[in-house]
Design a protein around this ligand. Structure first.
Ligand code: F6P
Length: 366
């Protein structure tokens, strides 16, 4: 009988997921007797009745490394630890189905699980591992907020998309002498904002790790205008806020969706600047899910492929409870616990911030 590996991806999608899946299947095909099976929509494919599983063979994965999204679908709603159940009175409660999940995996002869996900998914991976599940983790997210790896795959593609947006906004901002505020994703971190602001040559970059001071931003705008440059590009991360300010967004009404839905901070900043008397015309652009869609760039395809090959080899070596990680120039394995201990934040004293400030980008703090 073939040895089976369940491949599951959870949380938001991200460019490179298909490249990981393809690499796992291709590497497994070089060994005898392995069957790779995908669970449709995270663990729902195993927990739903009837189960929704997809056999992943070389034919199924042929050429998918260039495609965005994921051929096994994903979700960031619910999950095995907090499965939403509608009660008779219409209210919702949440049950822990992790024991049932593990029993089902054993019953269906799964030797191991390769879970591709971000911080939320790997908190689940750690619990499953502690309950005896043979699990290997792969770090994905455009936010780059997982510790223990230099980069997650998907991040570089998102940075490229944001940089391309800045390049386009510069020409229209310059033609009209406008301030254009570009809102990018990143949740509680400013990685996408910081990298794209440097690559695109933005004048101001605001990130969650450095709460901003409006007067400092206005000073920067005025000094630029007095230098004879009548326009400026401000890149703002969705989780940025003023000193003593609050996040812009709303609580989701979707049952089982736990994250606070960030969004709208570009408009918040526009209003703040107008209230403070900034006279220049201001326009806003929110990139949103464009940053997660489309084809992964070459860097992410390569990183995702390295992660997929290594993840399969970690199963061969029984390195369970570990996550594949990129530590330049190596692909290594680290305890999942290390990766989820806290968020990977931009360090305000880091060289990347020094670089940004060194070319005159205002980070909103000085
Ligand atoms: O974590 C990835 C991410 O794209 C964040 O940058 C963003 O805040 C969030 O997911 C959006 O989630 P959703 O797809 O549920 O709108």
């Amino acid at each position: 009988m073939k040895k089976r590996i369940l491949v599951v991806n959870g949380g938001g999608d991200c460019p490179g997921l298909n490249a990981v899946i393809r690499a796992i299947v291709k590497r497994a095909s070089q060994e005898n007797n392995w069957e790779i099976v995908g669970s449709i929509e995270a663990y729902n494919g195993v927990l739903n009745e009837p189960m929704e599983l997809k056999i992943l063979d070389e034919k199924t994965v042929s050429g998918i490394h260039v495609k965005g999204g994921t051929i096994i679908k994903t979700t960031n709603i619910g999950g095995p630890l907090a499965w939403p159940i509608k009660e008779k009175d219409g209210s919702w409660s949440f049950v822990d189905r992790s024991d049932e999940l593990i029993r089902k995996l054993q019953y269906h002869n799964f030797e191991a699980v390769i879970s591709i996900g971000g911080d939320g998914s790997h908190k689940i991976s750690q619990v499953l591992y502690e309950k005896g599940c043979n699990i290997v983790a792969v770090p994905k997210t455009i936010d780059n907020d997982l510790l223990a790896t230099d980069y997650t795959f998907g991040f570089q593609t998102a940075v490229e998309i944001a940089t391309d947006a800045i390049d386009k906004l510069v020409t229209t901002a310059e033609s009209h002498n406008r301030l254009i505020i570009l809102e990018v994703m990143g949740r509680d971190t400013g990685w996408i904002a910081l990298h794209s602001a440097i690559a695109g040559g933005a004048e101001i970059c605001l990130i969650p790790e450095i709460p901003y001071d409006l007067d400092i931003i206005i000073e920067k705008i005025n000094s630029r205008i007095s230098m004879g440059r009548g326009f400026a590009i401000i890149v703002i991360a969705e989780g940025a806020k003023q000193k003593d300010g609050i996040l812009t967004g709303k609580k989701s009404e979707t049952i089982g969706y736990e994250n606070f839905r960030l969004g709208g901070v570009a408009i918040t900043l526009q209003e703040e600047l107008k209230k403070k008397g900034v006279e220049a015309q201001i326009r806003t652009t929110t990139l949103g899910h464009l940053q997660r869609g489309g084809i992964p760039n070459a860097f992410d395809r390569i990183l995702a492929t390295q992660f997929g090959v290594k993840a399969f080899e970690m199963v061969l070596d029984k390195k369970y409870g570990e996550m594949v990680a990129y530590r330049h120039p190596n692909i290594v394995s680290v305890p999942i616990k290390e990766a989820i201990a806290k968020y990977h934040l931009v360090e305000p004293q880091s060289d990347m911030i020094k670089t940004a400030k060194g070319i005159g980008i205002c980070m909103g703090d000085e």
